[in-house]
Design a protein around this ligand. Structure first.
Ligand SMILES: Cc1ncc(C[n+]2csc(CCOP(=O)(O)OP(=O)(O)O)c2C)c(N)n1
Length: 695
């Protein structure tokens, strides 16, 4: 049998793959393990069988990865992972992230086998069906035990860096007694090819995230075939160069896996374990080839696999002794969970209150603080840029809440994200509250997702608004996973001036507004900025994007109200004097333009009202009678925004006027650019008067 296996693997291997001698000597059915007990291979085969059967039943999915990584995952779950299916939210559990999300059946099998109550056999049978807990790729929220949404390759790994960061940040606040867990990741060749992995790996190395362990499914196969069609990186050397501890292991030898994982678990650096595996391990005619990656094996190959694995059981049938062995696994952690609970009960009352506030997401102190601050602003009427207003609002937010974690992708002085008493987090001291993410926008956003998912902390991070494009995939996951992540995006239009069109966002408001479950806010002055921050922090069901100016703005709101007017998304800031003929909608820096245009129009005998529109999404959520009052369809409707027109029809109708720009910008002083692109009070008034004269 062993000889047969060696031959078979050697024959089936596509060119360029590099299965080690050790792996080739591993026979699917025959391996027994001195240290791991007689069941380990059988336990792994249960994962293999469930995975191939579920994919077959769904007639779609990815059997190769779960079958290849079943041995590694079995060793991880049985010997290392700290988890309790009866308490999936245990704050100090190890986080397990399946970054190679296409191998979702690996995760679902493990959740079922270890006894997560929601992950029933029926759910496994409903793999990839509507409403199931077993969607094609793991979806955060679909079932307990799915720690994050994965599928866009590389995201899981980068998100896990955020989880590992959160663990250290909370450890520094609450100590080893309360926070001392690991983050384990399974990542494939695809994850490591993705650009975001470079940012994430580098960041984890910098911060010396020693409790982060990545198990690399080193099977040298991806969809198109052998990975050396496209990549020849020495991944182990690459991680080592970023300061990681690295190990290699035979991914089909439980003893070797255990050795490597022990070394990883004990090393103070983040660890990579390159697990040499055979994709589709156990499928005699297809293993080691891309054919197992993303298609059902087919009835014939499945029958052959059952023989090869010595797994004679019918589809979805896991023999009692094997299921019992799996169900016993969490017992290893249960005592730890109980001991943790005891320590939580013994916490000093202050620490316990801080813990509860952090993990329950209590932001109630914010409301009063913001109102007092707004009152002050109404008196002082500052003419700050909204990025500066954001910093001042953050002084209030960060003083009221202890668990915000700020940062920027190397633009701290421009984004104004660091407040006075925020110490910088360093690899040797995680007690600070400010992260220098480096020039890693995508890595920053994914890490913020991980921090938010971990619980206990509220992340916000900044970059230029135009670089939304550099972090969009992670922003999309913030939205999809309903995570409270605040994106502080400054330099939000041509108003940034001389840096020119590469740095001037034009289509970015439209593109962020197009993404479901993102609240995009573009405040017009210091008071609106404070209100928008309050909304962003209080919003627990998704991310917020704050689009903020570089240039100074005059105050729009000069009378204090405790009412957070921005919550409406759009509201009247200035009524028409006389019978309203015109409604001017504007956001951010263009609200002042609209107000000045209103004066010009009044002088010309055309009473106009001005509506500030800080957020389309919040406006859409208002009752229809409020929306109709604001829209006032009987008037000539005009929108003023230094960005593209796309979508503004919902405010101005088909015959309204849009004053903005549908081209890229130019390099010049901001004032000249607004003149050049015709986004001025006079241009607005002229166009309105011309239109009214046609009527
Ligand atoms: C960002 C992104 N690009 C492309 C894909 C489509 N895709 C899914 S799996 C895969 C290949 C992954 O190869 P590997 O990580 O080696 O997985 P294995 O073949 O070992 O299962 C690709 C390109 C994706 N899911 N995400």
């Amino acid at each position: 049998m062993v000889a047969r296996c060696i031959l078979r693997l050697a024959c089936k291997r596509q060119p360029g793959g590099s299965v080690t001698e050790k792996t080739q000597n591993t026979s699917p059915a025959e391996r027994t393990d001195a240290t791991s007990g007689p069941h380990v291979r059988d336990m792994a085969n249960a994962v293999r069988a469930l995975s191939m059967d579920a994919v077959e039943a769904a007639n779609s999915g990815h059997p190769g990865m779960p079958m290849g990584m079943a041995d590694v995952a079995t060793v991880l779950f049985t010997k290392f992972l700290k988890f309790d299916p009866e308490w999936p939210d245990w704050p100090d559990r190890d986080r397990f992230v399946l970054s190679a999300g296409h191998g979702s059946m690996l995760l679902y099998s493990l959740l079922y086998l270890t006894g997560y109550p929601d992950m029933t056999l029926d759910e496994i049978k409903r793999f990839r069906q509507i409403g199931s807990r077993t969607p094609g790729h793991p979806e955060f929220g679909a079932a307990p035990g799915i720690e994050t949404t994965t599928g866009p390759l590389g995201q899981g790994l980068a998100t896990a860096v955020g989880m590992a960061l959160a663990e250290r940040l909370l450890n520094a606040r609450f100590g080893d007694e309360m926070v001392d867990h690991k983050t384990w990741v399974i990542a494939g060749d695809g994850c490591l090819m993705e650009g975001v992995s470079h940012e994430a790996v580098s960041m984890a190395g910098h911060f010396k995230l020693g409790r982060l362990n990545v198990l690399f499914d080193d099977n040298s196969i991806s969809i198109d075939g052998p990975t050396d069609l496209a990549v020849n990186d020495d991944q182990v050397a690459r991680f080592a160069a970023s300061g990681w501890h690295v190990e290699r292991a035979d991914g089909h030898d439980p003893d070797d896996i255990e050795r490597a994982l022990t070394a990883a678990a004990n090393d103070p650096r983040p660890s990579l374990v390159a697990c040499k595996t055979v994709i589709g391990f156990g499928a005699p005619n297809k293993q080691g080839t891309a054919a197992t990656h993303g298609s059902p094996l087919g009835a014939e190959e499945i029958a052959a696999t059952r023989k090869e694995l010595d797994w004679p059981h019918p589809p979805f049938d896991v023999p009692t002794d094997i299921l019992d062995a799996w169900r016993a696994v969490p017992g290893r952690s249960r005592g730890l969970a109980l001991a943790w609970t005891q320590r939580y009960r013994n916490l000093h009352a202050d620490s316990r209150a801080a813990w509860d506030a952090a993990f329950e997401g209590d932001v109630s102190p914010l409301g009063d603080a913001v109102n007092a601050y707004k009152k002050r602003l109404a008196d002082e009427q500052p003419t700050w840029a909204t990025r500066k207003s954001s910093q001042e609002a953050l002084e209030i937010v960060n003083a009221a809440l202890e668990n915000t974690i700020g940062g920027s992708a190397d633009l701290t002085g421009s984004n104004n994200t660091k407040t006075k008493n925020m110490a910088v987090v360093t690899p040797d001291d995680f007690s600070g509250r400010y992260l220098h993410y480096g020039v890693r926008e995508h890595g920053m956003a994914a890490a913020m997702n991980g921090i938010a998912l971990h619980g206990g902390l509220i992340p916000y991070g900044g970059t230029f608004f135009v670089f939304t494009d550099y972090l969009r995939p992670a922003l999309r996951l913030s939205a999809l996973m309903k995570q409270r992540v605040v994106y502080v995006m400054t330099h939000d239009s041509i108003g940034l001036g001389e840096d020119g069109p590469t740095h001037q966002p034009v289509e970015h408001l439209a593109s962020v507004r197009a993404m479901p479950n993102v609240v995009t806010m573009r405040p017009a002055d210091a008071i609106e900025t404070a209100e928008c921050w309050q909304i962003a922090i209080e919003r627990t069901e998704g991310p917020s994007v704050l689009a903020l100016t570089r240039q100074g703005l005059r105050p729009i709101r000069t009378v204090h109200t405790d009412n957070n007017l921005c919550r409406r998304g759009a509201y009247e800031v200035a009524p028409a004097v006389g019978d309203t003929a015109v409604t001017l909608f504007a956001s951010g820096s263009e609200v002042a333009v609209a107000l000045d245009a209103r004066d010009l129009l009044a002088a010309a005998g055309h009473p106009a009202r001005v509506v500030s529109v800080p957020s389309w999404e919040l406006f859409r959520a208002q009752p229809s009678d409020y929306r109709e009052t604001i829209l006032d369809r009987a008037t000539l409707r005009v929108a003023v925004e230094a960005g593209t027109s796309l979508g503004w029809e919902q405010f101005i109708g088909e015959d309204g006027i849009f004053v903005g720009m549908d081209t890229f910008g130019e390099s010049a002083p901001a004032g000249e650019l607004f003149e050049h692109f015709g986004i001025t009070p006079k241009a607005v008034a002229d166009r309105v008067i011309a239109q009214l004269n046609k009527r």
